[in-house]
Design a protein around this ligand. Sequence first.
Ligand SMILES: Nc1ncnc2c1ncn2[C@@H]1O[C@H](COP(=O)(O)OP(=O)(O)OP(=O)(O)O)[C@@H](O)[C@H]1O
Ligand SMILES: Cc1cn([C@H]2C[C@H](O)[C@@H](COP(=O)(O)O)O2)c(=O)[nH]c1=O
Length: 208
Amino acid sequence: MSTAKFITFEGIDGAGKSTHLTFVADALRAAGRNVIVTREPGGTTLGEALRNLLLHEKMHLETEALLMFAARREHLAQVIEPALARGDWVISDRFTDASFAYQGGGRQLSLDKLRMLEQWVHPHLQPDMTLLFDVPLDVARARLDATRTLDKFEQEKADFFEKTRAEYLRRAAEFPQRFRVIDSTQSIADIQTQLTSLMGTLSGEGAP
Ligand SMILES: Nc1ncnc2c1ncn2[C@@H]1O[C@H](COP(=O)(O)OP(=O)(O)OP(=O)(O)O)[C@@H](O)[C@H]1O
Ligand SMILES: Cc1cn([C@H]2C[C@H](O)[C@@H](COP(=O)(O)O)O2)c(=O)[nH]c1=O
């Protein structure tokens, strides 16, 4: 029986998910798992080219959603599905919940259209666990402003991120069996303690 697991990291920009991704991957590797770390949009040569367009070019909101799912189709075919078939653990910095949160919540694209794309692109695959790093907008914004030049999404106004965060939380309530909501206002050390315990749950061994 395969022990492969698919874990996704989600949250509004600046919530802190990338900070914890390496920690979780290292903990799982130390416990003997083969771990692939990847991201969306991206993860393949084509996906990274699409990411560059998506993060820097203005486009119609439906074009944006379609390109997110096009990049995802390639990512699934080239990276995610082969890794899971080999029995590897896959950790992805964002997946389809981000399309619901950003294009559906933030940009108000019809959720039914997103559900159609999800059904088309990955009808039978969902993450085993989705870690939602949740922070109030002002905390995320302060973290971003302190560290980087902002891309197209990061330059969006507060209202966009309020709706994005709300859609993430709505999905967490809709799918409680796979979502774990992390209070990302906690210290990095406290969050890591919580993550270690969650990885133990997923492994079914009480430790990663
Ligand atoms: N719990 C925390 N407490 C204080 N600072 C934090 C915390 N988590 C992350 N940070 C800091 O906030 C900044 C943004 O973190 P990070 O890049 O992990 O966010 P992110 O959610 O991956 O953002 P994006 O999605 O835009 O890439 C970094 O400088 C990081 O060190
Ligand atoms: C997968 C996915 C991503 N986005 C947005 C969310 C972020 O603003 C960027 C990716 O940047 P990150 O620093 O790597 O988090 O893309 C989106 O709008 N829709 C999606 O499906």
